[in-house]
Structure formats: C-alpha cells, structure tokens
Design a protein around this ligand. Structure first.
Ligand SMILES: *[C@@H]1O[C@H](CO)[C@@H](O)[C@H](O)[C@H]1NC(C)=O
Ligand SMILES: *[C@@H]1O[C@H](CO)[C@@H](O)[C@H](O)[C@H]1NC(C)=O
Ligand SMILES: *[C@@H]1O[C@H](CO)[C@@H](O)[C@H](O)[C@H]1NC(C)=O
Ligand SMILES: *[C@@H]1O[C@H](CO)[C@@H](O)[C@H](O)[C@H]1NC(C)=O
Ligand SMILES: *[C@@H]1O[C@H](CO)[C@@H](O)[C@H](O)[C@H]1NC(C)=O
Length: 233
C-alpha cells in the first residue's frame, strides 16, 4: 500500500473512531463525536444513517445558527466554551446535556420514525442551545430554559408533528413547544432587536420575570393574555 493510501486509511479509521475538528477563524470550538453504543441497533443506525462526520458538521452549523439567533457576533458575547462533545450512549430517554457534553440515547435513535435527519437535527439544535444559552445564574424557570431551546428548534425549521400549535398551552412557562410558540410571538413584537437575543443577554447573571416588561413594556402575564386572545378563535 502506498504512503498516501496508508495515510488515507489511517485517517479514515481515526475519524470513524473519534472525530475532532475545529472551526477555523474567530471561533475555535472543538466538536467531538463518540459513538459508545456501537453494539446496539440504535448505535449501528447512528453509524449508518447519520454518522460521526455528519453530526460534527451539524454541531458546527447549529452553533453558528444559535450565535446568530442570540446576536452574539463576537467571541466576547458568547459563553466561553471551547469543547463540546456528543456521545451516543446506551441510555434511556432522548438526549440531555451535562456540562459541555450532549448525551443521545441509542434506543431513541433506533426508534426514530419519519426523516431521521430532520428529527435528529431538531434534537441537536435543542441540546446545543442548552450549551450556549444563559441560564440566569440558575434562577430562570426551567420552562423558559426549555422554551428557548425549542424556540431555536422552531427557527431552524425542525418542528416535529406532535408540537403544540400556536396559542396552545396553559402557562407561558409550561416549557418546550408551548413556551417556544409564545417566545416566537414576543419576538415578533420586537423584531428589530431580536427579543429572545435580548432576553438571553439579560440572563447572563440572573433572572427576573420583569425582563419581559423591560423589553416589551408589558408584564409577562399580560403578554401571555394577549397571546392567548390573539389565538382565541
Ligand atoms: C455493549 O457493550 C457494553 C460494554 O462492553 C456492555 O456493557 C453492554 O451490555 C453491551 N450492550 C449490548 C446491547 O450488547
Ligand atoms: C470524515 O471526515 C474526515 C475529515 O474531516 C475525512 O477524512 C473522512 O474521510 C470522513 N469520513 C467519512 C466516512 O466521510
Ligand atoms: C455546515 O458546516 C459545514 C462544515 O463546516 C459547512 O461547509 C457548511 O457551509 C455549513 N452549512 C451551513 C448552512 O452553515
Ligand atoms: C473534550 O471533552 C471530551 C469529554 O467531554 C474529552 O474526551 C476530550 O478529550 C476533550 N477534547 C479537548 C480538545 O479538550
Ligand atoms: C446585535 O447587537 C448589536 C450590538 O452588539 C446591536 O447593535 C444590533 O442592533 C443587534 N442586532 C439585532 C438584530 O438585535
């Protein structure tokens, strides 16, 4: 085997095992993907239908998308994260974030129906938002944190069929798709500035429901009432 071929084979094997890449330019974030469930059908499905390279690319794409939604144009605006890892694990559930690691369940991947890339990217954009969003020094309601993650998923156009429709839900902080739809409404009231971007900025060091009033001139409860009224019929 020639030198070039040997080198190619080596890099292919290395990439298949574990891929490490950095985005060049202003933002050097490392994205690592490790499939630790190769001996399960979900892990095999990940390998065959998604793959390490594809996932790594989408980690970069989602990161750029999120920085853009949050209007974080310079590195100083962004959270100081240098290394994000995604693991496919033999764990129950869909996916979760611990620190700067995303863990995706192999069983979940095994069971995906419909277009696997659309579904997987929806989950990836959601989880990646948890990496980059501000958590208000852990004072923000969990429903809002989840809602912002699903707002990004909505904006990226990866909406699953079972989501709440606009106007549905019992509370603005119910979370996930209910809160995402409400945030989309709020965002529409404050389009030039990007309401969600401004809200996320305010959530750097703490949290108050009053942030809604400061940005939109109405309390969050009034905004929710307006939102429900708009969709009442
Ligand atoms: C996969 O391998 C791990 C570690 O070798 C083992 O703990 C686990 O039981 C295996 N899972 C299956 C489904 O074979
Ligand atoms: C994955 O990407 C690396 C370089 O980033 C490339 O060398 C390798 O051939 C790719 N593997 C697959 C399976 O596409
Ligand atoms: C996604 O990432 C790849 C690899 O970094 C890049 O070539 C491509 O332009 C990106 N696509 C978008 C829409 O950002
Ligand atoms: C990134 O973090 C993962 C674990 O989360 C670790 O295995 C890997 O070595 C780290 N990579 C770099 C470049 O720090
Ligand atoms: C983004 O932030 C800059 C300040 O860093 C501001 O001048 C600009 O208006 C913001 N753009 C949007 C769309 O929010």
């Amino acid at each position: 085997m020639g030198m070039a071929a040997a080198r190619f084979l080596f890099s292919f094997m290395l990439a298949s095992l574990l891929a490490l890449a950095s985005l060049h330019g202003a933002h050097a974030v490392h994205f690592t993907v490790v499939n630790r469930a190769l001996n399960t059908s979900g892990g095999m499905r990940f390998e065959n239908e998604l793959g390490v390279n594809y996932t790594q690319q989408k980690m970069g794409n989602s990161t750029n998308f999120i920085w853009n939604i949050f209007n974080e144009t310079t590195p100083a605006d962004r959270k100081n994260v240098k290394n994000v890892s995604l693991f496919v694990d033999n764990i129950p559930g869909i996916a979760h974030v611990i620190g700067n690691e995303i863990h995706v369940g192999a069983k979940y991947i095994e069971g995906i129906t419909g277009d696997i890339k659309t579904e997987f990217n929806g989950v990836l954009y959601h989880e990646m938002t948890h990496i980059w969003q501000n958590h208000g020094n852990h004072q923000a309601p969990n429903g809002l944190i989840e809602g912002i993650a699903d707002f990004v998923r909505l904006k990226a156009n990866y909406v699953p069929h079972n989501w709440a429709k606009p106007g549905e839900g019992l509370s603005w902080k119910q979370g996930s798709s209910v809160t995402a739809r409400f945030l989309d409404y709020c965002n529409g009231l404050h389009q030039q500035q990007g309401f969600v971007a401004e809200l996320n900025k305010k959530m750097r060091d703490g949290y108050s429901d009053n942030f809604f009033h400061e940005l939109l001139g109405k309390t969050v409860d009034q905004l929710w009432t307006d939102y429900k009224a708009k969709h009442a019929n």
